[in-house]
Design a protein around this ligand. Sequence first.
Ligand code: AMP
Length: 174
Amino acid sequence: MSDLSSHIRSVPDFPKKGIIFKDITTLLKDPIAFQTAVSLLKDHYASTPVDKVIGIESRGFIFGGALAHLLGAGFVPARKPGKLPAPTIRQEYKLEYGVDCVEIHEDAIRPGDRVLIHDDLLATGGTAEATCSLVNRMQGSIVGLSFLVELSFLKGRDRLKPHNVFSLIQYDAE
Ligand code: AMP
């Protein structure tokens, strides 16, 4: 676990002053670290039936796609507004650094689908919470939320209760 965190690069003042950006590209480019992270996430859900993995744009696509493949589930992208071609449903949310909106295709989740939501990083939980709302509106069943990195001091996990939240790397302070 601590070895994986050594592959995350902290970039101060990106994308704006005061934010310490956790850059996962340094982990992704290392074949062993990338493989280890994917395997650990997959192992956590090995006994959880999953029909669809939702990956949140854009860094959530990387591990979300790998997880869907390894779990034998479908992959559904949750995207920024205007990116998906067919009819969508959308939900606004507050980011650590701004306000945004997330969309998924309206036929992406069927009622009763067991859905695992994945993003690269959990900060305040707003993005993941908005994605949960989309799944709930489509009558999917959320089996878990998975993150590579969790900024625990922002308490995003509390916001996602009662859902099952799992992260590989936690930061207790900036
Ligand atoms: P939040 O909605 O506050 O949980 O923010 C999570 C989303 O914003 C994820 O998609 C992250 O990729 C991105 N994000 C927020 N804060 C950071 C950070 N400090 N470093 C890297 N990504 C971040």
